[in-house]
Design a binder for this molecule. Structure first.
Ligand code: FAD
Length: 467
C-alpha cells in the first residue's frame, strides 16, 4: 500500500514521527509539500521565512533523492492537491506531524474529517513540541498563564522523548504525481534583500544538526554566562531550524543528555529552560488563539497608543535602525542584514517601540514577522506581548528598559554596537551607548528623549490601570 507523508514544518528525515509511522505501515511513501499560504490567513510566512523555506525545501528534496525518493511540490488548496496526488498514486493514507497555530488547528481538523469521510486514513503525529499543548495543565486542568509553574510541571511530567531513526531508503510509489520545481513557488522576494543571508545561514536538516552539535560541544557550557551578551556568539541560533522542524526539540534534548533525561550542568539546564519557553509560548497560543492580534490582558485593549499618522515616521526610523539610540539601531540593522536578532536586543528594541515611542506592539510584531528567518507565531506573539506588558507573565509595564543602561550592561565594550553601527566605531566605550551625550556628535540625536518618553508611557499606563 501507498501513503502520502505531508511535510509542513517538520523538514527533516530523522526523528520524524509521521514519516517513521508511514514507512512502517506502508510499502511505498510519497513525500509531499503543499504551498498553501491562504490557509494561514493573515500570518502566512513573511519574506525572510519564505527565503528560508525555499532553501530548506531544496535541501529536503536532495536528501530524499539520496534515498530513491523525491519531494513532490504542489501549490494551491491543500485538500485539492492531496486529492490529486491520491488519485495518481493510489495512496490510501495521509500522515503528518501536528502544528498548533490556530489556523492550522482548524484547517487540519476539517481536512482530517474530510479525508476520513472519503475513505482515506488520516494520521497526525506529535513532533513539533516535547509536550502536546494540552498535556501540561494546572491541577484544575486549566492552562497555565505563568511560566515558572508551567516549567515545574514540565519537569515533574518529564520522560525521555521518543526517537525515530532516519530512513535509509524510501520506496517510491508505482507512479509519481506531477511536481513543480521549488523555484516555481517563487518564495524568495523578487527584490531580494535577503540574498546575503546565505553568507550567514544554511537552511536544512544537516546544517541544523551540525549547528546543534557544535553548540553543545563548544558553547553550551558557557551559555548561562554568555547568553545575554549580544556581542559574542553565546546562543545556539537554532531558532529558524527549530521553527522549520529541521531539528526536533527531542533531538535537542538528547544532544544535551544522551538518555533524554533532564540534563545536569548550569549551561545545559538554562538552555533547556529556553526550550521550555518555546513550549510555553506554543501552549499559550493554543489556548488563546486570538493572541496574535489581541492583548492577553484585556485592559490593554484601551491602551492609548499614538495614532498611525503621528507615529509613521518614527516607525520607519525604528525599522531602518535610524533612531539615534545605538543599541536599538544596532539591533534593527542586525535584523535587516541577517534576518535574526539577539534575544536581549529583541527585548530592548521592542520596549523602545512600545514604551518610548508608544507605537502598538502589533506594528513591531508585524515587522519582525516579515524580516525574521525564525518568525514564529507563538514565540513572536509571546515575546511582543511580554515586552509590551500586556501578555502572560509579562514584564510589569512600569519596567521600561533603558537602552543606554542595557547597552552599558550587556555590551560593555561595545562589540555589538560597533559591528552594526560602524559610524560609532571610534567612540569611547564610555560614550558609545549615549553618543549624543559625548564630546563628539557622531550621530543625530535620538528621535525621542528617553526620560520624557518614559514618563509619557507611565502616564498612558496609569490611564488604563484605572479602568
Ligand atoms: P537560544 O538562546 O539558543 O535558545 C534556544 C531555543 O529556545 C531558541 O532557538 C528558541 O527556539 C527557544 N527560545 C529561546 N528563547 C525563547 C523565548 N524567549 N521564547 C520562546 N522560545 C525561546 N523566537 C522565535 O523563535 N521566533 C520569533 O519570532 C521570536 N520573536 C521574538 C520577539 C520578541 C519581541 C522577543 C523578545 C523574543 C522573540 N523570540 C522569538 C524569542 C527569542 O528571542 C529567540 O527564540 C532567540 O533569540 C533565538 O535565538 P537562539 O536560537 O540563539 O536562542
Amino acid at each position: 500500500s501507498t501513503a502520502i507523508v505531508w511535510f509542513r514544518r517538520d523538514l527533516r528525515l530523522a526523528d520524524n514521527a509521521a514519516l517513521d509511522r508511514a514507512r512502517k505501515e506502508h510499502d511505498r511513501v510519497v513525500p509531499v509539500f503543499v504551498w498553501d499560504p491562504d490557509a494561514e490567513g493573515a500570518w502566512a510566512p513573511g519574506a525572510a521565512s519564505r527565503w528560508w523555506l525555499h532553501h530548506a525545501l531544496c535541501h529536503l528534496d536532495q536528501r530524499l533523492g539520496q534515498r530513491d525518493s523525491r519531494l513532490i511540490i504542489a501549490s494551491g488548496d491543500t485538500a485539492t492537491e492531496l486529492e490529486r496526488i491520491r488519485r495518481v498514486t493510489g495512496a490510501g493514507a495521509v500522515y503528518w506531524n501536528r502544528l498548533y497555530e490556530p489556523a492550522f488547528v482548524e484547517r487540519d481538523r476539517t481536512l482530517k474529517a474530510n479525508l476520513r469521510a472519503a475513505g482515506m486514513r488520516a494520521v497526525s503525529c506529535a513532533g513539533a513540541l516535547l509536550f502536546e499543548p494540552w498535556e501540561i495543565l494546572k491541577p484544575d486542568e486549566s492552562p497555565y498563564l505563568v511560566f515558572t509553574p508551567f516549567w515545574k510541571q514540565m519537569q515533574k511530567r518529564w520522560s525521555a522523548p521518543g526517537a525515530f531513526a532516519e530512513p535509509r531508503t524510501l520506496p517510491p510509489p508505482a507512479r509519481w504525481p506531477a511536481s513543480m520545481p521549488v523555484a516555481d513557488l517563487k518564495l524568495p522576494a523578487e527584490d531580494n534583500w535577503a540574498k546575503d543571508f546565505s553568507r550567514r545561514w544554511e537552511p536544512g536538516e544537516l546544517p541544523a544538526r551540525r549547528r546543534l552539535d557544535t553548540f553543545v560541544a563548544e558553547a553550551v557550557a558557557s551559555y548561562e554566562k554568555d547568553r545575554d551578551r549580544p556581542g559574542c556568539h553565546g546562543t545556539s541560533r537554532l531558532s529558524p531550524h527549530l521553527h522549520f522542524g529541521e531539528v526536533s526539540p527531542g533531538q535537542v534534548v538528547r544532544a544535551l543528555d544522551e538518555s533524554g533525561q533532564l540534563p545536569v550542568g548550569q549551561g545545559r539546564w538554562s538552555f533547556l529552560r529556553e526550550i521550555a519557553w518555546r513550549e510555553f509560548s506554543a501552549h499559550l497560543l493554543f489556548h488563546h488563539p486570538a493572541l496574535p492580534d489581541r492583548p492577553l490582558k484585556a485592559q490593554f485593549e484601551a491602551f492609548p497608543w499614538r495614532e498611525k499618522i503621528d507615529y509613521a515616521d518614527d516607525l520607519t526610523a525604528w525599522q531602518r535602525g535610524r533612531t539615534g539610540v545605538p543599541m536599538v539601531d544596532a539591533g534593527m540593522r542586525e535584523l535587516w542584514q541577517t534576518g535574526w536578532m539577539h534575544n536581549r536586543v529583541r527585548m530592548i528594541v521592542a520596549s523602545f517601540l512600545t514604551k518610548n515611542l508608544l507605537i502598538p506592539w502589533t506594528e513591531g510584531a508585524r515587522w519582525f514577522w516579515e524580516t525574521l528567518v525564525d518568525a514564529d507565531l507563538a514565540n513572536n506573539t509571546a515575546g511582543w506581548q511580554w515586552t509590551a506588558g500586556c501578555g502572560a507573565d509579562a514584564a510589569p509595564y512600569f519596567r521600561v528598559f533603558n537602552p543606554v543602561l542595557q547597552g552599558q550592561k550587556f555590551d560593555p565594550q561595545g562589540h555589538y554596537v560597533r559591528r552594526w553601527c560602524p559610524e560609532l566605531a571610534e567612540e569611547s566605550d564610555r560614550d558609545l551607548h549615549e553618543p549624543s551625550a559625548g564630546e563628539v556628535e557622531a550621530t543625530a540625536a535620538p528621535i525621542v528623549d528617553l526620560k520624557d518618553s518614559r514618563k509619557r508611557a507611565l502616564a498612558a499606563y496609569d490611564r488604563i490601570k484605572k479602568t
